[in-house]
Structures are given as C-alpha cells and as structure tokens.
Design a protein around this ligand. Sequence first.
Ligand SMILES: [Zn+2]
Ligand SMILES: [Zn+2]
Length: 437
Amino acid sequence: MRTRFWGVRGSIAAPGPETARYGGNTPCVETRTDDGTLLIFDCGTGARKLGIALARRGPVRAHLFISHTHADHIQGLPFFLPAFVPGSHLTVYGPAGIDRSFPSALGGQMDYSYFPVAMDQLAAKVEVVELAEGEFTIGSIRVRTQFLNHTAPTLAYRVTSGGASLVYSTDHESHEGATWRPGRAEGTYDDADLLHPGDQRHAAFMRDADVVIHDAQYHAPDYPAKAGWGHSTIEYAVDIARAGNVRRLVLFHHDPSRDDAGIDALVRAARIRAGALDVTAAAEGDELVIEEAADDTAAPVEGPRTPTLQTRARVLVADDDGTIRQVLKTVLSGDGYEVIEAADGAEALALAQAGAFDLILLDVQMPNLDGLSAARQLRADAKFADVPIVMLTGRTADKDIEAAFAEGVTDYITKPFAVAQLRARVRSWLSRSAERA
Ligand SMILES: [Zn+2]
Ligand SMILES: [Zn+2]
C-alpha cells in the first residue's frame, strides 16, 4: 500500500515561501493498494496536481473518500482532471450533511454562481455515495467509517488491504474534559483511561493501525482560543495514537498560519511525548509505504448501505434556562427535528414517559429533579435503554464527566458549546441509532 500526499494544509490554501517545504495545498491524499486500486482521501486543492499526474495515463478509475464538505476538502474536485476525461469512473463517498444530502452539498460548489460546469455535466462517470458509520469492501479492501467530532458531520476512514491498515482522520477535536481520567498512572496509555467515551471510540477506531493521518492543527498553547473549532492539538493526536497502539502518526491539516519552521517545532514537541510511536508531519510529495501480505484478504462485506435517518426525529430538550432552550429549539428545529421543551428534570421525565423520543438533551443543574437523576431514572426503564441521552451542562470538572458516564449517559457536552459542533454530535447519535434500528 503506497500513499502520497498532494495537499496537507487545513482550512485554506497557504502557498508562499514560508510554507514551501510542507506545502500550501488543502487536503488530498492518494493511496494505491498492492492490487492497483486507487483510493483518494479528500479533494482539496492538492487534487489538481494529482489529477494531472493521473490523467496522463488515460481514463482513471478511482474511489474518493471525502471526510466532509467543508470547502478545503472538496474545492479541488472541479479542477480534478480525470473528472473531465471520458471513460474515467469516479466513485465519491462522503457523509450525509444536515441541511442537504452529500450529493447536493458536493455538487453545490459547482452551481452556476460558483463554477461554469455543473457536476452532472462532467465527462467522467461520477457516482456519489452517501455514507454513515459502517463497513464495506471494495474488492479485497475493507473500508470502515466512523464519525469525528467536528463542526459538520465528518467521517474518518480506515482502510485495510493485505493486513496493512491506514486511517485517515482529519477535522476532529478532542471530546470534553481532559484527555485522561483523573488518577491515571503517569506514562501509561491505556485506552480505558481516556476520560470521554468519545475519545475511547476514537482510539478504538485506530487500534493497531500501521499509519494514522491525523488532524494536528494546533499546539496546546493555541488551543484555548480555538476550542470548539473542531481541530486537534498535537498532544491529543499523540496521546490517542498511543492509546490505540498505532505504529506511525502523520500530523496533518496544518494551520494556514504556521510556517515550515513552526511545523518543525510541532514535530519536535510531538516526538518528546511519542515514546515508541513514530511521528512525522505530512509534506506535499511525501510517500509512505506499508507492506501488505498477499494472502491476507478481507472477507467481502456488502455495502455500503444507504444511510437512514428518521424522517422527523423527536428531540427532548431539558434546561431551566429559557434562553438556552430557545437557542436549542431554533437550531434543532432548523435541522428538521421536532423539539419538545422541559424546564426541569421532573418535567423532562414526565414528557419522556408520555411520548417517544429519538434523543434526549439534559442539563445537569435543574430544579425539582437534576439532570443526572433524570438520566438515571430513564436508563432504569427498558423503554429508554437505547435512546441517546446527551448531557449539556456548565459542569466542566473531569469528575462530573466521569460521574455522568457512570450513570449510563451517551454523551457529555459542556457549556459554552459550539452550536455547529452540537448539531453534528446530535446528528451522529441520531444516525447511529437509525443504523441500529
Ligand atoms: Zn478542514
Ligand atoms: Zn472542516
């Protein structure tokens, strides 16, 4: 399995002498498995040069895995030459958006106002496949997807071919609270010690991978000003990779304002905490090879299945602060959900028992009955065993987070929250329960 980086920069292209070594193009990564299958991760501005290189050899068959439809990850598609070559066949995979489908979000950047050629006028055969979390195979290659914690529905991809595994995981932020539980033994990297189950799930997704390409836009000192923007620090990326027993971590999605010397400094800082984990920073033109074992082929998994979502999910919002309820109601009903409000825990419990809900958002500190007690009572009732219960609270202490998960809550989001991230988290949980149904 051979991987080459064509674009490594996050957010916006940043060409210039100060970024010449690592490169200024936005995300695009090419992977060729030993059986010749061409996989492309994201289609940022780096896709232009990749397209030129590919089209030299005639029509192209490629599978493009789009993490999400933020511009930096798709803006190269209208300039990806194989899309204009008759006989080319592109399958483009990506997550369903919230306010529009993946095909319409992807094709929207080629609307007449933005680009002269519409998506459906491309000479190549272009299939667009919407994904949720799941697993499927392309020939003998196994592909797994998992939602990330970003400001839009975003997928990480794990591909395995001949026993070699590569994870592409960008535009992701650590979950709430510290990375590690209070009291964890210094210098140990047991994934069970990760404080937030969202981070445990993230580490499990990359478990034992040969290579993980990971968002590493920030350094810890940058982070307080950037919390809620949906990106990782190098410290978090290293810790998660160690918890997942990854062999090699490639720092990716470099900040547009970070120059080459700044990225060198990040790599040095990351290596100090990396132990036996091999850490590098992705640079345009870099190649990396993972050995495949020819006899290790994946059993076929049918799919990908078209994602399903309840046509009108019902969401219960309990908060004693009317302003917060109003914000949540406006935002979540705008996303197509039916939102029912409760002003305290007792009212939430009564409403939940009287009706059917697809997701319950609970504040912790509320009159009559607090959110944690409400969650405990809901979980004790078989009717609510599988309903996602998401705490949304001003209690930010690590011990509070730990205590809430011990009560069986599904997720824990702290106030002040980033609205865009909350929308994506709610959508991930609704999507997961729809897939289970
Ligand atoms: Zn991005
Ligand atoms: Zn993004």
